[in-house]
Design a binder for this molecule. Structure first.
Ligand code: MN
Length: 270
């Protein structure tokens, strides 16, 4: 029997990974994530030109978008788009990238994206855009602002990515929301699969007077956790775990469908 030469072996295409964020292409968390997953596949970085935190799933429809290639420093080779996180992934998947990625990553965000945060988060939205296009996607955040122990968070992210790739990325599309405590030992903390908690309503707006005498308003900080019970992302991270919440996009209130059917279904205006 003839020996099987290298030419006859099936070629395994390299894993392709798209990475975005919402803190902007210059954010340390993005560079940390990119460096963390180096070697796991071919990496494309396409991120917002500016900090676009809190922009949720917004797409820019009132002007054209442009993509630029960064040519200096740690970001050399990154592309940045003058738009939102969702714009970046949308444009990447529908025109910029030559090939469809196997995995979409977002982050590492500066600050928690737990509970209701996920509705406002550009970090989650960037991953969700990949998910909506049928890909497995993971959003990573550190629970506290300031980038403390970002290196440990990046090692955690790598371990999770290695784990899902090792599992063959099965069951896709799926969407994971990961929150990592800012601790030097973050990469040794146990992982806990969680559900989203809930926050109290946001703090009131901060009202000020502009130099021109006009009333101006700053959106207040997010509320504290209201549902931080066992099994939630808040509970897990407070207890020294890395929280991993599988998310879905369907906002339907399935539990109340029957109730609303009784109250409003099959009725017509009189
Ligand atoms: Mn952010």
């Amino acid at each position: 029997m003839k020996s099987v030469g290298a030419r006859c072996l099936p070629t395994i295409a390299p894993m392709r990974i798209l990475i975005a964020n919402d803190d902007g292409y210059l954010a340390p968390g993005l560079a940390a994530l990119v460096e963390a997953v180096r070697g796991l596949g071919e990496i494309d970085v396409i991120a917002p030109e500016r900090n676009a935190s809190g922009t949720s799933n917004a797409l820019t429809l009132d002007r054209p978008l442009q993509a630029f290639e960064a040519r200096e420093g740690q970001q050399t080779g990154y592309r940045f788009v003058n738009g939102t996180p969702s714009d970046c992934v949308h444009v990447a998947l529908t025109g910029l990238m030559a090939h469809r990625p196997d995995l979409v990553l977002s982050g590492i965000n500066q600050g928690a994206n737990m509970g209701d945060d996920t509705l406002y988060s550009g970090t989650v939205a960037a991953a969700m855009e990949g998910h909506l296009f049928g890909m497995p996607a993971i959003a990573f955040s550190q629970t506290t602002k300031g980038w403390a122990h970002l290196d440990a968070a990046a090692r955690t992210a790598r371990a999770i990515v290695e784990h899902v790739i090792g599992g063959g990325l099965g069951g896709a599309p799926w969407l994971l929301n990961v929150n990592i405590p800012n601790r030097a030992d973050a990469d040794r903390l146990p992982w806990q699969v969680t559900r989203l908690g809930r926050r109290h309503a946001s703090e009131p707006v901060v009202k000020q007077t502009s130099p021109r005498g006009e009333a101006i308003y700053w959106i207040g900080p997010a509320g504290d956790a209201r549902d931080a019970g066992q099994g939630t992302d808040f509970h897990a991270t407070a207890g020294g775990h890395v929280s991993i919440t599988p998310l879905q996009v369907d906002l339907t209130d399935h539990a109340r469908l029957g109730d609303w059917q009784q109250r409003l279904g099959n009725r017509a205006p009189r």
